[in-house]
Design a protein around this ligand. Structure first.
Ligand code: KIV
Length: 267
């Protein structure tokens, strides 16, 4: 099977084909996901919570991300690999962002880096993309700002907040981002952003109208011991193996049956 590239993802959006995505942090799971035809593997800083057991993603280091990215890359022949820049590895300036993003691509074998934030990140996104680093944006609930947001809360509920998120999404695309994660926002807002933008959107807790969907793998497997968000679905229910559960997830995303209303936030 041909490797997935940003061109593949753009063509999928244009054709109305849903993009499947999951997180992974190691070789064996990455191999399983790759074999199941998952298009995009996100090596998320969620690893700070689901692998390392922290309360949030803030303690994760660039070295952690490089290590897990390299493990994932060894398991993949087809999937497109997006790797998070962790908290405080890009905020102090574009040179810091370039140097850490470069490590994720050179040492971690990432295909693209992801960073959180809207208009405040425009300058950084432009700087990275003009220097050959593909960037995925991340708006809505940005978990690295958990303390500023007052918890892991749905974003964009009132019209002013929704308008700001739409503007942020547009600004990131204009700065050169070629993929955008939309997290924890009302269905209608994510639908408008996905329609407005030329680049693909990948939703998590953002309803079914996004161009693709992502879940944290441990949530799909139902093995995270702490409370999980409303949008998480345990696909091991009714599945006889991890492989079957991953395939059921991919099938439901492609068919547009996941996420349903019970896994989404109404307007
Ligand atoms: O950290 C993460 O795993 C993520 C994805 C859920 C998008 O940001």
């Amino acid at each position: 099977m041909k490797p997935v590239t940003i061109t593949t993802l753009l063509a999928m959006k244009r054709a109305g084909e849903k993009i499947t995505s999951l997180t992974a942090y190691d070789y064996s799971f990455a191999h399983l996901l790759d074999k199941a035809g998952i298009d995009v593997i996100i090596v998320g800083d969620s690893l700070g919570m689901v692998l390392q057991g922290h309360e949030n993603t803030l303690p994760v280091s660039v070295d952690d991300m490089v290590y897990h990215s390299r493990c994932v890359a060894r398991g993949c022949t087809r999937a497109f690999i997006v790797v998070d820049l962790p908290f405080m590895s890009y905020e102090s300036g574009r040179e810091q962002a370039l140097s850490n993003a470069g490590r994720l691509l050179k040492e971690g074998r990432a295909h693209m880096v992801k960073l959180e934030g809207g208009r405040t990140m425009v300058d950084t996104v432009r700087f990275l993309t003009e220097r050959g680093i593909p960037v995925c944006g991340h708006v809505g609930l940005t978990p690295q700002l958990v303390h500023q947001l007052g918890g892991f809360r749905v974003q964009g509920r009132d019209s002013q907040a929704a308008a700001r998120i739409r503007e942020d999404a547009q600004a990131l695309q204009d700065a050169g981002a070629s993929l955008l994660v939309l997290e924890s926002m009302p269905v209608g807002l994510a639908e408008k952003i996905s329609r407005d933008l030329a680049i693909p959107t990948i939703g998590i807790g953002a309803g079914p109208a996004c161009d693709g969907q992502v879940l944290v793998l441990q949530d799909l497997l139902g093995i995270y011991p702490r409370p999980t968000p409303k949008f998480a679905k345990n696909f091991m229910h009714g599945a006889d193996s991890i492989q079957t559960a991953i395939e059921a997830y991919a099938k439901a995303v492609r068919a547009g049956t996941f996420p349903g209303p019970e896994h989404s936030f109404a307007d």
